[in-house]
Design a protein around this ligand. Structure first.
Ligand code: EPZ
Length: 431
């Protein structure tokens, strides 16, 4: 396993280019199965989750060709309807295969997704929506068997205890596109990744109204054709680097992001007195002046609220921001695996239910830390960039799931960071 060695204290100066969105790309790989014709996706990020999703749809019968690092062609003249446990368990996002299996094949046999370190990952809302349009289902031995032959357009309310469901919305949109009649999805997720999926489906011939709103009306069609679609930039990657720039000093330009998708982060960074310069719709500069930062009170919410996927990174920023900050997690209340590791670096954080109470103090000190999930690992890298002395971030395969070449991008703007093979690391540097 690889380890990142980080020597903190280097300001970040220069430009980081944002890659395509992981969370837009994954449901799009599934959506490509809705048609017998080939689909080409461009600006796909070069990530292990993407390669894994490609393996899963190949297992289902699709022909997948990576034409270059960010371009994939998917052609599925026929597909099987069983997504096996040993594949689904490795990546929860594969649950979005329900959509094309039911939409195109009218049946699915899919392993129930396993647990997850960031918290409960139920699919009750996905199944509620499928039942509302007439799907029948049963659960047996860890698999769910869904029969969609009798499905008909209907009205679905998709709101849950934590708001809507992103991949649940994706699944139900994909099914509804090929379901006879009109399906109305109320309290649908309206994350930019869902908007991008809808745009791809419309390019394939789907009939979807209300795109970008919480109420979608989908008129089922007979068939969908292939398409050529460019994936939107990754707003979470962009936000991660903006927070890194705020933490490390220097002047960092984040290039290629859709700034209007970062409204909640922009608002919170301004509240923290971070200096930002919006150059244009796709480029923003951050000036890291750590000494002037102010504490914040932050709550994660469904889009357009503050994204849960940037919560851990904001915790890292606030650990060395003087004052008392409160960060509350409304989407995954136990998504604080990064906190014990930040505490190893000297952070003064107390967990109180779904809130992290952060007393921002002196800079963190470097330490060997353990990544536990994708966004927690990003938070540990950011902490390492500002900590005194060396930090060693282990299990960075978590990071590789969602950040393309993070250490290379950071090195290019002056960070003292390198990727090493774990077996070459002195025991004293690891925990
Ligand atoms: C997507 O996951 C993202 N993943 C997650 O990003 C992101 O954190 C999440 O949306 C929330 O924005 C991808 O898009 C691949 P949800 P998803 O269904 O769709 C509850 C990352 O770091 N819920 O919107 O699986 C659920 O427990 C990943 O890139 C139900 O109660 O999330 C959670 O509390 C992590 N019943 C909330 O809703 C359901 O049937 C949001 O979950 C489904 C979800």
């Amino acid at each position: 396993m690889d380890v990142l060695r980080i020597q903190g204290g280097s300001p970040l100066n220069g430009t980081i280019q944002v890659s395509g969105s992981k969370n837009a790309s994954l449901p799009m790989f599934a959506a490509a199965l809705l048609s017998e014709e080939p689909t080409t996706l461009t600006n796909v990020p070069n990530l292990s989750d993407i390669r894994f999703m490609a393996q899963i749809i190949e297992h289902l019968g699709a022909r997948v060709n990576q034409k270059d690092p960010t371009t994939w062609e998917i052609h599925a003249p026929s597909i099987s309807t069983k997504a096996p446990y040993d594949l689904v368990r490795k990546m929860r996002a594969s649950i979005c295969l329900i959509g094309p299996l039911i939409g195109r094949m009218h049946q699915a046999e899919i392993s129930l997704p396993g647990g997850c370190v960031i918290g409960q990952r139920p699919i009750d809302l996905h199944l509620k929506g499928l039942r509302k349009i007439g799907c029948e289902m049963k659960t047996e031995s860890g698999y769910i068997y869904i029969d969609g032959k009798q499905r008909r357009g209907s009205h679905i309310f998709l709101g849950g205890r934590h708001g809507s469901t992103v991949l649940g919305t994706a699944n139900l949109i994909m099914v509804a596109c090929l379901t006879p009649g009109t399906t109305c999805i109320e309290s649908a997720a309206c994350e930019p990744e869902i908007v991008d999926l809808c745009r791809m489906l419309v390019a394939m011939g789907a009939n979807i109204e209300g795109i970008g709103s919480h109420t979608l009306t989908i008129n089922g069609v007979e068939k969908l054709h292939g398409c050529h679609h460019r994936v939107i930039p990754d707003r979470i990657e962009a936000g991660t680097y903006l927070i890194a720039g705020a933490m490390t000093g220097g002047t960092l330009k984040v290039q290629g992001a859709e700034i209007r998708q970062l409204g909640a982060l922009h608002d919170k960074l301004l509240e923290a007195n971070v200096k930002l310069n919006i150059i244009d719709d796709q480029n923003i500069e951050v000036f890291g002046v750590q000494s002037q930062l102010k504490p914040i009170d932050l709550i994660t919410l469904p889009y357009p609220g503050f994204p849960t996927d940037l919560q851990a990174q904001m915790c890292a920023l606030m650990t060395s921001t003087p004052g008392l900050s409160i960060i509350t997690e409304r989407i995954y209340p136990s998504r604080f695996m990064h906190v014990p590791e930040l505490q190893r670096m000297g952070a003064n954080i107390a967990l109180e239910g779904a809130s992290a109470i952060i007393h921002g103090e002196a800079p963190l000190f470097g330490a060997p830390v353990m990544a536990s999930d994708l966004r927690a690992s990003a938070a540990l890298v950011l902490a390492g960039l500002t900590a005194t002395k060396e930090s060693w971030v282990q299990r960075i395969y978590h990071l590789d799931r969602g950040y393309e070449n993070m250490e290379t991008k950071l090195q290019s703007v002056g960070a003292n960071i390198e990727r090493l093979k774990q077996d070459g690391i002195p025991e004293s540097c690891l925990n």
